[in-house]
Design a binder for this molecule. Sequence first.
Ligand code: ADP
Ligand code: MG
Length: 260
Amino acid sequence: MISIAIANQKGGVGKTTSAINLATALAATGHRTLLIDLDPQGNASTGLGINQRDRGHSSYDLLMGDCTLDEAVMATLVPGLDLIPATQDLSGAEIELIEVEQRTHRLINAFSNGSDHRWDVCLIDCPPSLGLLTVNAMIAVQSVLVPLQCEFFALEGLSQLLQTVERIRARFNPGLSILGVALTMYDRRNRLTDQVADDVRACLGDLVFKTVIPRNVRLSEAPSHGMPALIYDMRCAGSEAYMALARELIDRLPKQEIAA
Ligand code: ADP
Ligand code: MG
C-alpha cells in the first residue's frame, strides 16, 4: 500500500475536494482505496455522505488507541472506497496528543497493528495546520501531495510546509517525498491566476502536476449532496480534471508499491 497525505496549512485551498475526488478516481480505476479524514471539520466524511450520527469509530479513536484500524473503517457509496471518518472530538486531539506516549507516531502505529494489505492506496485529508495531526500523517505516509490555490498569495507559506516535510524526513521518516503540487481553482478568464500558475511552475518546475483543477461550481455543489463530484456529475470540467490528475498521480507512484 502506498499512502499519501494531502496537506497545506492554508485553509480553503482544495485539500478536501482533492482528497474526495482523487480517492473516488483511484477507486473507479480499480485501486482499493482508503481515505482517512484527519480534519476536525470532518468535511471529507460529510462530502462522502456520512452523517455525524452514522460515524462509529473515528480517526480520533484510532489516534487515541481506542479502536483498531479495522474497527475505524467504514464503506462509502463509492465501490472500492473505504473511509475512516472524523468526528468533532478530533478538534481536541492537538492538545490531548501532547500528553500521550509516542504522540507523533500514533497513526503509523495504528497502521502497523492493522491489516493495511486491504488497500492499494491510502489518502489522508489533513487539517489546515502543521500541528500534531499533520505531523502524524506525514510520519505515516510515503508521500505528500500539496494543493495550491491559484491566487496571489499561493506561494506564501509553502516554504514553511516544505521545511516541515524536510524536518520530518530528517528526523522520523527518511522515505518521505513530495509527490507533487496540484494547482486548484484555476480560472482561465482571470489573468492573475494565469500569472500565478506560471510563477509557481517557474519556482517548482516538474514538482507541479501538469493537470490543473479549474474553478468549477459542480465541485463545490457536490459535497452538499453528500457525494463526490465524480458521481454527482462525472462529465463536469472539475470531475474530468480530477480523473486526469489521478492518472498523473498513478504514473508518479512506484509501481511495485501499488501492486497488491
Ligand atoms: P480545504 O480542504 O483546503 O480547506 P476545500 O476543498 O474544502 O479546501 O475547498 C474550500 C472551498 O472551495 C469549498 O467550499 C469547496 O467546495 C470549494 N472548492 C474547492 N475546489 C474548488 C474548485 N476547483 N472550484 C470551485 N470550488 C472549489
Ligand atoms: Mg479540508
